[in-house]
Design a protein around this ligand. Structure first.
Ligand SMILES: Nc1ncnc2c1ncn2[C@@H]1O[C@H](COP(=O)(O)OP(=O)(O)O)[C@@H](O)[C@H]1O
Ligand SMILES: [Mg+2]
Length: 222
């Protein structure tokens, strides 16, 4: 039985990239050789539908779930030696995101680096702090040019909030392969979006202790 690591993608605001990150990170983790599954806790079931687009036997497994069944799925993931479980969560203020945070080893909070996303961030930071779990912000859909990334990073760090060193920029490739159930990394492995998501997943894997030598026995040789 594996000590499955759990990453929860949370944000009280919709449209910030939770589902994009959950699905893209899951494929990036699989490509690192980590056995990965996505639990979609959002009743909108966007991750689950993306999984449907991939086909029933495709990896990573994507399962629509409800928060009160989290312990069942976590146990299954452990029994099946999953390395990583990624929780996609809804934005609304019910107990789902809180339950996901409580189950998680690490919380990832995506936000655009400016505008309404940033204004709405305190509710998500509050949820993360209340959970007592380590958390960090990922700047997503960032403009390629301009001072937004630096300004947001400095502002957040001044409040003691950790910001991921990897920034995801606004790139069409993160959304344009959705209908085929593909990620940017799968559709265009040499593209900039692919490089960004790989770098973020590598950083996360190290944070989660997934790159330790005993874990690497799971790594498949390509
Ligand atoms: N970095 C990005 N570049 C371009 N489009 C993005 C990026 N991140 C997210 N999107 C797109 O923005 C929309 C909202 O993202 P989504 O992951 O569904 O947000 P959430 O799950 O937080 O509601 C989707 O169409 C998604 O493909
Ligand atoms: Mg979503």
């Amino acid at each position: 039985m594996t000590d499955t690591k759990i990453l929860a993608v949370i944000c009280r605001k919709g449209g910030v990239g939770k589902t994009m990150l959950a699905t893209h990170l899951a494929v990036a983790a699989q490509n690192l050789g980590l056995i990965t599954a996505v639990l979609d806790l959002d009743p909108q079931a966007n991750s689950a539908m993306w999984g449907d687009n991939r086909g029933s036997d495709a990896q990573p497994a994507v399962v629509a779930a409800q928060a009160n069944r989290l312990p069942v799925f976590i146990k299954q993931a452990q029994e099946q030696d999953a390395d990583l479980l990624i929780l996609d969560t809804p934005p609304h203020a019910d107990t789902t995101a809180t339950a996901a945070a409580q189950a998680a080893d690490l919380l990832l909070i995506p936000t655009r680096p400016s505008g309404p996303d940033l204004d709405a961030l305190p509710a998500s930071i509050h949820l993360a702090r209340t959970s007592g779990k380590p958390f960090f912000v990922v700047l997503n859909a960032a403009p390629v040019q301009g001072s937004e990334v630096n300004d947001a990073t400095h502002g957040l760090e001044a409040e003691g909030i950790e910001v991921s060193p990897v920034v995801l920029h606004h790139r069409k490739a993160f959304s344009s392969h959705w209908q085929q159930g593909m990620t940017a990394e799968e559709a265009d492995p040499d593209g900039k979006a692919a490089a960004e998501i790989r770098a973020l997943m590598l950083w996360l894997a190290e944070r989660l202790g997934l790159m330790q030598p005993e874990r690497q026995s799971h790594l498949k040789i390509a």
